[in-house]
Design a protein around this ligand. Structure first.
Ligand SMILES: [Zn+2]
Length: 140
């Protein structure tokens, strides 16, 4: 008897779990576009910086600023492309983009990307739309 009940419960649970991905919005299928990186002479161009920033719901200039700081170089935004002085491999750029996402996009509490950056006094906080958590950014 008990076993039967457990089975029923499991079935229901399976059904419930199956339904979750369908019900949730596309935002939950969170994917950062792969960086499209080309080295041109002494410069490195991230051709889809705008697209990446859009995917994580952040401004391209903010992402650019972060990348410049992390890469320790100069550069500028040309339309939706990021142009960096120096040669950087795709994996280097990817690594920095991942760090940016971890630091400035994903909620440290629930791991969802539905966040906003808000200012609380002089501190920038990551405010999560999904779970309501507010977390200081980057421990800084
Ligand atoms: Zn959250």
């Amino acid at each position: 008897m008990r076993r039967l009940q457990d089975r029923e419960y499991e079935k229901l649970l399976d059904l419930a779990l199956e339904k979750i991905p369908k019900v949730k919005s596309s935002k939950d299928r969170f994917e950062v576009p792969e960086p499209d990186v080309v080295v041109m002479g002494n410069r490195t161009v991230l051709r889809n910086l705008g697209e990446i920033a859009g995917a994580v719901n952040r401004r391209a200039d903010k992402l650019m600023k972060y990348l410049l700081r992390e890469l320790g170089t100069a550069g500028n935004l040309e339309g939706s492309r990021g142009v960096f002085q120096g040669k950087f491999g795709k994996s280097t750029i990817q690594d920095r983009v991942n760090r940016y996402v971890e630091e400035f996009v994903l909620c440290p509490v629930c791991g969802k990307p539905d966040t906003q950056i808000v200012k609380q006094g002089r501190i920038h906080m990551l405010k999560c739309e999904a779970c309501g958590a507010r977390s200081p950014i980057g421990g800084a």
